[in-house]
Design a protein around this ligand. Structure first.
Ligand code: F6P
Length: 343
């Protein structure tokens, strides 16, 4: 069987570990032949196919990013000609099955192509951890660890200067990175997209803390966090070439408002893409490897239309539809339970 592998959406630590595991099991255990599709779905639209084998995937386990490159191209956005180009490339290149590594958007394409007869297996990845159907996505643990390391460093300088430090982390629709890194890093306030914040309440919490004798604070904010209606004016945000809002900026806005309203000297650090780059943690390498091995098994079994997933300690296969119908945001009850740890 000739199997194509692609990575779509934002890159994330662990992708290379997963590619390596898919190819090793597929080639060594089942005798499958592999090709790499460059730049996600764009590679099938534009016919960017490269060889992929055990020998050319050596030495990539610990490397961040993706050796196959990635893009946010979605062939279903447009007049339909891109979808025809995808199926034509598969036919011409003799690709019998696909393994698509991605988040909601990439796996949504795999699901729709499946309805048109394309045989695909999905592998979940996103640093945001907002994909349903799996307990955790790889990339998340690395992003949290990098954020916690940064928060630890910001703590000592915040304390030395009696400052408020605002730390903005990625997280478009879900606050998993902010909550996990904020709690593990001992932040005083965590603001997430799931719960619009009231600026007056944020300032009051900081003032209470400072009144009780602590002269510094750490505020962690997801890039996708928004103020409750009418509590703070935000600038309009630009769109990227795929029509997604280009986030980033809430931290700066918040820092200015906090300083103006409380008089506390405030600084901001936007971690941005730093949390998405570089070496994956051991946890992410293992998770990505286990998922990759299972994806190769699913292809061999002809178990298409499935996504491999972590449930508890087990790697299982779930319908692709389970992963893409609803985003996995931080549950209300979890935010309520953790509230006692924050300002
Ligand atoms: O992949 C998810 C993510 O990292 C989000 O947290 C973030 O909003 C987005 O990607 C950034 O995308 P880009 O790399 O295209 O700026």
């Amino acid at each position: 069987m000739r199997v194509g592998v692609l990575t779509g959406g934002g890159d994330c630590p662990g992708l290379n570990a997963a590619i390596r595991a898919i190819v090793r099991r597929g080639e060594r255990e089942y005798g499958h032949e592999f090709v790499g599709i460059r730049h996600g779905w764009r590679g099938l639209v534009e016919d960017e196919i490269v060889p992929l084998s055990v020998s050319n995937t050596r030495g990539i386990l610990h490397r961040g990013g993706t050796i196959l490159n990635t893009s946010r191209t979605n062939p279903y956005k447009g007049d339909g000609t891109a979808v025809d180009a995808v199926t034509a490339t598969l036919e011409r290149r003799g690709i019998d099955a696909l393994v698509a590594l991605g988040g909601e958007d990439t796996l949504g394409v795999a699901l729709r192509l499946g309805e048109e007869g394309v045989r695909a297996v999905g592998v979940p990845k996103t640093i945001d951890n907002d994909l349903s159907g799996t307990d955790v996505t790889f990339g998340f643990d690395t992003a949290v660890q990098i954020s916690v390391d940064a928060i630890d460093r910001l703590h000592t300088t915040a304390e030395s200067h009696d400052r408020v430090m605002v730390v903005e982390v990625m997280g478009r629709h879900a606050g998993w990175i902010a909550l996990w890194s904020g709690i593990a890093g001992g932040a005083d306030i965590v603001l997430v997209p799931e719960r619009p914040f009231d600026l007056a309440d944020v300032c009051a919490r900081l003032q209470r803390r400072h009144a009780s004798g602590t002269d510094f604070s750490i505020v962690v904010v997801s890039e996708g966090a928004t103020p409750a209606e009418g509590t703070m004016v935000l600038q309009e945000q630009a769109l990227d070439e795929f029509g997604h809002v280009r986030l980033g900026g809430i931290g700066n806005r918040l820092a200015l408002e906090i300083e103006a309203r409380t008089g506390y000297e405030t600084r901001v650090t936007v971690l941005g893409h730093v949390v998405r780059g570089g070496t994956p943690t051991a946890f992410d390498r293992m998770l990505a490897t286990r998922l990759g091995l299972e994806a190769a098994g699913a292809v061999h079994d002809g178990d298409f239309g499935k996504m491999v997933a972590l449930r508890g300690n087990d790697i299982v296969r779930v319908p692709l539809a389970d992963a893409v119908t609803e985003l996995k945001t931080v549950p209300d009850a979890m935010l309520d339970t953790m509230k006692v740890l924050l300002g």
